[in-house]
Design a protein around this ligand. Structure first.
Ligand code: SF4
Length: 469
C-alpha cells in the first residue's frame, strides 16, 4: 500500500482474546497481521483476573515488543491495538490500549474509529471535574464510564455508548469482563471468532487466520458482546441501527485475505476491476495495478477485457517508514523510493494503470511519469472507486476538502494534472454492485460519504474545526 505517501490513512486495528493461557502472545501475532491499519504505535494490556498490566510504545509492534516485554505480560485475557494517529495527535500518551486504575478496579480501552462529538463531550466532562490524561477522543469513554459507579458495568457501558457518536469498534476490559461494542452504523469491521475455548475479536479476519482461530461472525451495529469466564452473551445498546460500513475498507484498507460480512476483500476488489472495465473500457496492450491494494482490481480489469495483466510496477518493501515525511517534497521522493516501473514490461506499450483512489493527485502524477519515463507510449488511468470529494470524519485521514483534487477539479482537469492519456473512475452504482453486500438500503449497507457527502451521522461544525486543526 501507498497509504503514507498518498495521504489516505487508516486509524487503527484492535484485537482481543478471553480465556487463553497465552493471551499476550496471541494478541501480539493478531496485531502483527493488523499492522497495515496503523504503524505509529502499538500496545497490549493483559488480565490475570486480579489486575491489568500493559506495555505500549511508538512504532511497529515488532519494535515495541523487541526486548522481551511480551514475556512479562502473563494472563489469560488481553486486548491490543495498533495506531495511526489522527484525532488527538501521535504522542506516546495517546498510544492504546489506554489503561486506568482506580480504587474500584482497572479499565483498559482499545478503539478503532473516530468520535464526531468527542470535543463537546470533553468540554462537558471537564466542566464536571474530569481531568484528561491524553488528547485522544477515546478517553472520553473512560470518563463517561466512571460516572455512576454504583451501577453495574454493563449498564454504564450502554449509557455511555448512547452518548458518543461517530465510528467506533471498542474493546473494554476489566478484571472480570471483556466488552466489545460496534457503533450503530457499523462503520469499522469487527469480527468474532473462537480459538479452542477462548473467544477472540479482531478488526479483520486475517488476524484469526494467523492465530489459528475460527471465524464465527461479524459483530453487528449497535451490538454489545459481554465476554467473561461465564461465556459470551450478546446484547444491544441501541436499536436505532443501520449498516454503513466504510466502503474504503473494501476498496483499500483491509487486507485482501480478510472477509467483511462474509465477502472476501480480494474478490470484491476484483469485481470492482471488472465493473470498471465495463464502464470505462480502453484499447491497450497491458494492464498493471499499483501495488499492493490495486492488484486485485487490475486482475479483474484484465480478466474482463482480455488485455494481459502484467507486473508493470514493483514495490520496494525495504523502505523504512522514517523516509516518508509529511511534507510535499519528501512525499514525492517517497513515491520514487517505494515504487519502480518494470521497463521490460511497459516499454513501447499502451498501459492501463489501475489504482484504487486519487487523493491529492501527486502520487498518481508521479506514477504516470514513471511509466512514461520507462517507455510506455500511452498511460490510461482507471480508478476502481468513485472520486473522493469529501473528507472523512470516521477515522480515515483523507485530508481536508481543499487538498482533495477531485473536490476542486473536473475529471478532464484531473487527467491533465496527472498527465494521463485518459482517466475514468468507477461509478457509485458500480462500486455497490461490485461489493454486492445484499443490503437493500440503496447504498449496499455502505458508507459512501467521501464520494457523495451523505454522512450517516450528524457532523458538528465545532468538532470539524477541532479535527482539522
Ligand atoms: S466517509 Fe469514506 S472513508 Fe470515511 S467511513 Fe465513509 S466511506 Fe469510509
Amino acid at each position: 500500500m501507498l497509504a503514507e505517501i498518498k495521504g489516505l490513512n487508516e486509524e487503527c486495528g484492535v484485537f482481543g482474546i478471553w480465556g487463553h493461557k497465552n493471551a499476550a502472545q496471541i494478541a501480539y501475532y493478531g496485531l502483527h497481521s493488523l499492522q497495515h491499519r496503523g504503524q505509529e504505535g502499538a500496545g497490549i494490556v493483559v488480565n490475570d483476573g486480579e489486575k491489568l498490566i500493559g506495555h505500549k510504545g511508538l512504532g511497529l509492534i515488532t519494535e515495541v515488543f523487541s526486548h522481551g516485554e511480551l514475556d512479562m505480560l502473563g494472563g489469560n485475557a488481553a486486548i491490543g491495538h495498533v495506531r495511526y494517529a489522527t484525532a488527538g495527535g501521535g504522542g506516546y500518551e495517546n498510544v492504546q490500549p489506554l489503561l486506568f486504575h482506580s480504587q474500584t478496579g482497572s479499565l483498559a480501552l482499545a478503539h478503532n474509529g473516530n468520535l464526531v462529538n468527542a470535543n463537546r463531550l470533553k468540554h462537558e466532562l471537564e466542566r464536571q471535574g474530569s481531568i484528561f490524561q491524553t488528547t485522544s477522543d477515546t478517553e472520553v469513554l473512560a470518563h463517561l464510564l466512571r460516572r455512576h459507579n454504583e451501577f453495574p458495568l454493563v449498564d454504564r457501558v450502554k449509557v455511555a455508548l448512547n452518548k458518543i457518536q461517530g465510528a467506533y469498534a471498542f474493546l473494554i476490559m476489566t478484571e472480570t469482563h471483556l466488552l466489545v461494542a460496534l457503533d450503530p452504523n457499523g462503520f469499522r469491521p469487527l469480527a468474532l471468532g473462537k480459538l479452542g475455548d477462548a473467544y477472540v475479536v479482531a478488526s479483520e479476519t486475517c488476524a484469526f487466520d494467523i492465530v489459528g482461530a475460527t471465524y464465527i461472525r461479524d459483530v453487528e451495529p449497535g451490538e454489545l458482546l459481554i465476554i467473561s469466564d461465564e461465556g459470551l452473551e450478546s446484547q444491544v445498546f441501541t436499536t436505532e441501527t443501520q449498516h454503513a460500513i466504510c466502503s474504503m475498507e473494501y476498496i483499500y484498507f483491509s487486507r485482501p485475505d480478510s472477509s467483511i460480512d462474509g465477502i472476501n476483500v480480494h474478490a470484491a476488489r476484483k469485481n470492482m476491476g471488472k465493473k470498471l472495465a465495463k464502464e470505462a473500457p480502453v484499447e491497450a496492450d497491458v494492464v498493471t495495478g499499483v501495488p499492493d491494494s490495486s492488484i486485485s482490481a487490475a486482475i479483474g480489469f484484465a480478466e474482463a477485457t482480455g488485455i494481459p495483466y502484467e507486473l508493470g510496477l514493483i514495490k520496494n518493501r525495504y523502505v523504512g517508514r522514517t523516509f516518508i515525511q509529511p511534507s510535499q517534497e519528501l512525499r514525492e521522493r517517497g513515491v520514487k523510493m517505494k515504487l519502480s516501473p518494470v521497463r521490460g514490461i511497459v516499454e513501447g506499450k499502451r498501459v492501463v494503470m489501475i489504482d484504487d483512489s486519487i487523493v491529492r493527485g501527486t502520487t498518481s502524477r508521479h506514477i504516470v511519469q514513471m511509466l512514461r519515463d520507462a517507455g510506455a507510449t500511452e498511460v490510461h488511468v482507471r480508478i476502481a472507486a468513485p472520486p473522493i470529494v469529501n473528507p472523512c470524519y470516521y477515522g480515515i485521514d483523507t485530508s481536508t476538502r481543499e487538498e482533495l483534487i477531485a473536490s476542486n477539479h473536473s475529471i478532464e482537469e484531473m487527467r491533465d494534472l496527472i498527465g494521463a492519456d485518459s482517466l475514468a473512475f468507477l461509478s457509485e452504482d458500480g462500486l455497490v454492485e461490485a461489493i454486492d453486500r445484499k443490503h437493500t438500503n440503496g447504498c449496499g449497507g455502505q458508507c459512501m460519504a467521501c464520494f457523495n457527502g451523505n454522512y450517516p451521522t450528524p457532523i458538528y461544525e465545532d468538532e470539524l474545526v477541532h479535527q482539522q486543526s
